[in-house]
Design a protein around this ligand. Structure first.
Ligand code: FAD
Length: 341
């Protein structure tokens, strides 16, 4: 059969990284990214981009750990290369602090990040309202730069990129041999997935270049994540809220919560407010499906539903999606050689 034509729907961190992995693992494939929005207008652009995993209750921990480890290893190599600044990837050290000692003192990802340890009493004096804390070094993606870097890599690999809203995956069957669904929250409408729901997140991006360490409240709601140019202050987790309009009361609340963790933020300037809808599910949907109408078949690979942790696991899930695309290619090649016999 001729070079299999693969369409990847979606240009957030999941679609772009999946397209790149497919091009790397299946060089004979002709890959096109189709999306109605690109950076800076995706959920991925709003994210803080910190590599601190979110837990998916419906996915075995060893699988989540593998995805995280692959992503960490991939980004660590970029952070240690001449590409680091353009790709927006850097190491950042800091603290996760708890008002009460958590049941699980060692999270599953503690041996993937660098230098994980409990905080000393002296360090905890910085956080008088907290009793317990963990110090570690992890990676952070500055989101628009990382998405632009991925797009540049895709173009250099010969991948086509095209603006298109896909109403139904089946509409692609006459143009492509395989479709990969990386539509994020858009998958709810695209494939009618009722298990997928938005978790609204509002964050502030501020100028406060003196803040060098990350600080995260263990409840995951309040966080301060310094990037290369701006510091992200968060946040909110509002289930089933589809509003993309910033709420001024929430902005004040986030700012006050962050200032109580890091009082020097009172001097922050140029406060910009961003809102995104986390594509949430009990587990990431990462599987093959075959659509079929009137005897015609269209293999599909789904890779969406990364919720609050898409950046933390994107490379791991992209690699798995590319492996599933490889299985689809092998099945297509098997059926075309059987048809020739
Ligand atoms: P998106 O970025 O939404 O991309 C989906 C793409 O599909 C878009 O390009 C869209 O235009 C396209 N699309 C949708 N429907 C269609 C259609 N019908 N036809 C064509 N194209 C379509 N994660 C972390 O790991 N660390 C963090 O620190 C972090 N912080 C966050 C902070 C906030 C406030 C928010 C909101 C999220 C955060 N996340 C974080 C989560 C992370 O942003 C998401 O998990 C991730 O961005 C999901 O990526 P995605 O590519 O699946 O979705």
């Amino acid at each position: 059969m001729a070079a299999p034509k693969v369409a990847v729907v979606g240009a957030g961190v999941i679609g772009l990284s999946t397209a790149l992995c497919i091009a790397e693992t299946c060089p004979s494939c002709s890959v096109t990214v189709l999306s109605d929005q690109f950076s800076p207008n995706t959920t991925s652009d709003v994210a803080a981009g910190m590599l601190i995993p979110h837990t998916y209750p419906g996915t075995p921990i060893h699988v989540q750990k593998q995805w995280f480890k692959e992503t960490f290893t991939y980004l660590f190599a970029i952070s240690n290369s001449a590409e680091a600044s353009e790709a927006g990837i850097h190491l950042v050290s800091g603290w996760q602090v708890f008002k009460n000692t958590p049941k699980e003192e060692l999270p599953f990802w503690s041996d993937v990040v660098l230098g994980f340890r409990s905080m000393s009493e002296a360090e905890l004096q910085k956080f008088p309202q907290h009793q317990f804390g963990q110090a570690f070094t992890t990676l952070k993606c500055d989101c628009p730069p990382y998405l632009l870097w991925l797009e540049k890599r895709l173009k250099a690999t010969g991948i086509q990129i095209s603006t298109r809203k896909v109403a139904d995956l089946w509409e692609l069957h006459s143009e492509y041999n395989i479709v990969v669904n990386c539509a994020g929250i858009g998958a709810q409408q695209l494939v009618g997935d009722e298990k997928l729901f938005p978790v609204r997140g509002q964050v502030l991006k501020v100028h406060a270049p003196w803040v060098k360490n990350f600080i995260r409240d263990g409840d995951g709601l309040t966080y301060i994540y310094p990037g290369i140019h701006r510091v992200t202050l968060g946040g909110t987790r509002e289930k089933e809220n589809w509003s993309l309009s910033p709420d001024p009361g929430t902005t004040k609340d986030i700012f006050d919560r962050c200032c109580s963790l890091e009082p020097s933020l009172r001097g922050a300037q140029d406060i910009k407010v961003k809102v995104g809808l986390r594509p949430s599910r009990q587990s990431v949907r990462l599987e093959r499906e075959v659509l079929s109408q009137g005897g015609v078949k269209l293999p599909v690979v789904h890779n969406y539903g990364h919720g609050a942790g898409g950046f933390s696991v994107h490379r791991g899930t992209a690699k798995e999606a590319a492996r599933l695309v490889g299985e689809c290619v092998a099945a297509l090649q098997g059926s075309s050689s059987r048809a020739r016999l």
